[in-house]
Design a protein around this ligand. Structure first.
Ligand code: NAG
Ligand code: NAG
Ligand code: NAG
Ligand code: NAG
Ligand code: NAG
Ligand code: NAG
Ligand code: NAG
Ligand code: NAG
Ligand code: NAG
Ligand code: NAG
Ligand code: NAG
Ligand code: NAG
Length: 535
């Protein structure tokens, strides 16, 4: 009948208008790329080999000079990035399955709440992952490479920890084995090629989120053949904290031998050079992605983040090479971002952390952190110039649980249980009592770090980073008692914070309220256990 026909026509027209409106709106929303490197420091010049990255991302946008991680170890840090939470809330405490790294418990409790999962299910993004995920990804007790974490439309996950050759990838749940032929298998290049393929073949009707997670510059530091003779005269920097004894520091540091053996110095200089060589392929990867976006006319509508999961040290306080320490070299990371509303060539000193990446990326996609359980906060207002330093947060939490409980390190059986990551001369990079929590404060009037250990000395370390950027002098015993008490109070609050309560004013914020009754009363994590047993 005519009425039915006209109704049908109207309905179809309305539907077409509505849906093209929706598509147009979705299409206009910005794309987001996150390049995550592994173990890339900022304090030892880690971005020096990355000239193209600096030009294409940093100079085209904003570089953060005070970017930190919530835990200086791969798996806990990656879990903080994905969930936007501090370790005491995501419960990934070390790189093993028992420590929840990619465990079934993580898969049940946290994995479906990660920011990529929210982007995909609530913000209409198509999502692509390529590279290293969580260190135990692909383990048979974690579902093997068949397990594709929720939140990803296209999944290229590296089985287990960092490698450059001879590895297995999960291509949407199917194993793909790789050998050691540079032109087919060099992992940084494979990730670049797969990223370019995604950009080529993705849907053009949805915005996208792409996360490319390179093992470089993590060990085993295998450079591409064309870069293996680069930086051949470069050595680790001999900064004031290089090869000195950290005599006023916690137990593990006091065990290090100073000066280091010549073989340790040789080893760390080699490591330093090889790390830089591997970064040249990362620089190529960034260039290829930016170029492809430009050719496709999508660069102006794409945010690109570049960062790392933790820093690194080579010889500082006579520790040969590793991360896991509370000092600047291990907790500070590079962070550069370019994007549609970010003016070029900016530098920001404001305090940001890896728990902020999820909230920021969700904010870009139009999804508020208030709708999530995340602890971090969006730094989009800083990048867009809508936030000044007097109204930004002033502190973040760093939490680390040392490894080595009940086990001996195979390299040093004579040391007995309790230590791990030992070198042949039995200098160890970790121990079960290298367990600490810190408040890192950056405010217009202060640049401080306050840390407490869960060891049998209840050791404290405090640094005035303004006066002592290399953290040579622990001022725990000399600092003003009132500041010490307030920092301790703040640490207790942050160790038990969750969501909004992690974003409350810090000690150097004019809105901060000191309530001595809360001291030592409400903590959820490791240090509380210690206090209970010593009471
Ligand atoms: C990066 O640029 C600086 C300054 O132009 C130059 O000295 C350095 O050799 C470049 N590094 C690389 C790896 O190309
Ligand atoms: C592992 O995660 C689960 C779920 O969050 C938690 O209940 C458990 O305590 C965690 N394990 C450790 C060792 O923290
Ligand atoms: C890769 O595996 C092959 C065969 O086992 C071995 O010969 C080669 O040395 C390995 N290469 C690397 C870089 O691990
Ligand atoms: C990446 O793609 C380029 C261009 O197709 C090719 O020459 C190169 O061999 C590829 N590299 C790897 C590791 O697949
Ligand atoms: C370092 O590499 C350059 C080429 O990049 C080469 O000319 C030079 O001989 C090398 N030096 C050493 C000490 O290997
Ligand atoms: C270690 O190196 C230093 C400086 O290069 C040198 O003086 C010393 O003799 C070396 N020691 C040994 C045992 O080789
Ligand atoms: C950023 O600053 C550098 C050095 O001052 C300059 O060469 C470059 O053109 C600037 N880039 C932009 C996008 O303004
Ligand atoms: C999120 O919650 C905070 C604190 O309750 C509030 O100040 C802020 O305006 C909220 N933001 C949004 C986007 O709703
Ligand atoms: C900083 O921002 C706050 C809130 O947006 C505003 O009240 C204050 O006047 C600003 N201060 C400066 C120095 O611009
Ligand atoms: C990791 O944490 C779990 C849970 O506390 C613990 O059982 C395990 O021994 C830890 N792993 C290492 C290497 O310390
Ligand atoms: C840390 O653990 C080691 C190994 O068990 C032990 O020898 C040392 O006394 C402990 N130190 C502190 C301060 O707890
Ligand atoms: C830190 O050092 C700076 C510069 O020496 C000084 O002005 C400031 O008062 C010190 N802060 C604390 C808390 O000691």
């Amino acid at each position: 009948s005519p009425t039915l026909l006209s109704c049908l026509l109207i309905c179809v027209t309305v539907w077409i208008n509505l849906s093209s409106g929706v598509f147009a709106k979705l299409h206009r929303r910005p794309n987001i790329v996150l390049v995550l490197t592994d173990d890339l420091d900022i304090t030892m010049g880690g971005v020096s080999p990355l000239n193209k990255t600096k030009k294409l991302i940093g100079d085209a946008g904003i570089s953060f000079t005070n970017a930190f991680v919530a835990s200086p170890l791969c798996c806990p840090s990656r879990a903080s990035i994905l969930t936007g939470k501090y370790p005491h809330n995501h419960h990934v405490i070390n790189n093993t399955l028992e420590g929840n790294c990619s465990s079934k418990a993580w898969q049940k409790s946290e994995e479906a709440q990660t920011f990529p999962a929210l982007l995909k299910s609530f913000a209409g993004y198509q999502t692509f992952f390529a590279g290293k995920y969580l260190n135990q990804y692909g383990h048979s007790e974690a579902g093997g490479v068949e397990h594709v974490p929720p939140g990803w439309n296209y999944w290229v996950g590296l089985e287990k920890n960092s490698k450059y050759y001879n590895y297995t990838l999960s291509l949407n749940g199917k194993a793909q084995k790789h050998g050691a032929d540079y032109s087919k298998d060099y992992l940084t290049d494979v990730l670049a090629n797969m990223s370019l393929d995604f950009l080529q073949y993705k849907s053009n009707y949805q915005p996208f989120f792409m996360m490319v997670s390179t093992p470089a510059p993590h060990s085993p530091w295998t450079a591409a053949p064309q870069y293996q003779d680069r930086f051949n005269t470069t050595k680790a920097p001999r900064d004031p904290n290089f090869n000195v004894h950290g005599k006023d520091k916690h137990w593990l540091i006091r065990q290090a031998k100073t000066p280091m053996s010549n073989s340790s110095v040789q080893f760390l200089d080699d490591a330093f050079r090889k790390r830089w060589q591997t970064l040249l392929s990362v620089d190529d990867l960034v260039e290829k992605i930016v170029e492809r976006l430009e050719v496709r006319g999508e660069l102006d509508n794409t945010y690109i983040f570049f960062t790392s999961d933790n820093g690194y040290h080579t010889g500082q306080f006579s520790l040969p090479v590793d991360k896991r320490q509370l000092y600047e070299f291990d907790i500070r990371v590079p962070l550069m971002v370019r994007g549609p509303n970010i003016k070029p060539n900016q530098t920001s000193q404001m305090l940001v952390a890896n728990v902020d990446l999820g909230p920021t990326i969700l904010d870009i996609a139009g999804y508020s952190v208030n709708k999530t359980q995340m602890d971090g906060m969006s730094f989009l207002p800083i990048m867009e110039g809508r936030m000044n330093s007097s109204s930004w947060r002033t502190d973040i939490l760093v939490e680390y649980e040392g490894e080595g409980r009940n086990v001996s390190d195979p390299a040093c059986p004579l040391l007995g249980p309790g230590v791990s990551e030992c070198f042949p001369d039995c200098v160890c990079e970790d121990s079960y009592n290298n367990t600490y929590a810190c408040v890192r404060t950056v405010a217009p009037s202060a640049n401080l770090q306050y840390c407490e250990f869960d060891d049998n000395e209840v050791f404290a370390e405090v640094y005035n980073v303004t006066a002592d950027p290399y953290q040579l002098t622990n001022i725990a015993k000399t600092i003003d008692q009132e500041i010490l008490e307030k920092m301790n109070h703040r640490l207790m609050l942050l160790q038990s914070c969750s969501g909004q309560s992690c974003r409350t004013p810090g000690v150097y914020d004019p809105r901060y309220k000191f309530d001595p009754r809360q001291m030592f009363s409400s903590h959820s994590w490791k240090l509380s256990r210690l206090r209970q047993t010593t009471k």
